[in-house]
Design a protein around this ligand. Structure first.
Ligand code: AMP
Length: 236
């Protein structure tokens, strides 16, 4: 019998963030903004990560006006580097409004900086500030005006609103990397879950593992064999 030695790779530091933590972080962020005396009339939530934080800040800061803009990372064809773009540009006149642009986390800072610059240039706000629940200070090229948590050791924050997306991407990484290392193609459900917990140090629960595996089957990355009850990686 071949014994597969699965390398615990890639070693990404992951933290599972709960809904309760998100409410707590947004509440604390609101307190910081209030203490500074900033009173936004309009919150601009960055799609998609800024939606929940933006909506919670509306509640905690008593803001009625909520707009959104989508800033997305875009890979230029045949180029390794990525740059952020405003996906659906549009114009509104915010010359009578004090504005707060909100995102979940500032990592490279590209997303929030681009959105801030876009709003400043095209929406003409009376005053404009930025806020994020978290700011990864050693890597960010941009510092938000307000943040609650300064992250000094780079971590992937597994937020509740990207749980399924992250889970299927992590599982995809497990099966592709393991195949490259060992040639292993077949996985039982239990093996998959155990490896996920081992690699990423988090447990997202059966609902997410099962839906993530379904998605990977739809995407033709995995196949399910009813007889052996195994998931098979479709290599290449
Ligand atoms: P940025 O690199 O600052 O342009 O980040 C772009 C977006 O990607 C953020 O708004 C998040 O939604 C997501 N993101 C980036 N880094 C992380 C991270 N370390 N943990 C969770 N989400 C992240």
């Amino acid at each position: 019998m071949i014994k597969y030695v699965v390398k615990p790779l890639p070693k990404v530091k992951v933290k599972l963030v709960s809904w309760e933590e998100i409410v707590d972080w947004a509440w604390n962020l609101a307190k910081i903004i209030k203490k500074d005396g900033y009173k936004p009339d309009v919150i601009v939530a960055l799609a998609r990560g800024g939606y929940v934080p933006g909506r919670l800040l509306c509640d905690f800061l008593d803001v009625e006006n909520l707009l959104s803009i989508q800033s997305q990372h875009w890979t230029e064809a045949a180029k390794a580097e990525e740059r952020a773009i405003i996906k659906f540009p549009y114009k509104v006149d915010l010359s009578n409004y004090t504005v707060l642009v909100v995102d979940d986390i500032v990592d490279t800072g590209d997303t929030l900086k681009l959105a801030r610059d876009y709003v400043a240039e095209h929406w003409n706000p009376k005053q404009l500030k930025t806020a994020a629940l978290q700011w990864i200070s050693p890597v960010a090229k941009f510092k938000p005006d307000y943040y609650y948590i300064e992250v000094t050791d780079w971590t992937w924050f597994q937020y509740p609103w990207t749980r399924l997306e992250d889970t299927y991407q992590f599982i995809k990484r497990i099966v592709t990397e393991t195949y490259k290392e060992t040639g292993k193609k077949e996985w039982t459900y239990e093996e998959m879950v155990e490896t996920f917990k081992e690699w990423y140090g988090i447990d997202v629960g059966d609902r997410y593992y099962k839906d993530a595996l379904e998605i990977l089957i739809e995407k033709k990355i995995l196949e399910y064999n009813e007889e052996t009850k195994k998931y098979i990686y479709i290599a290449g």
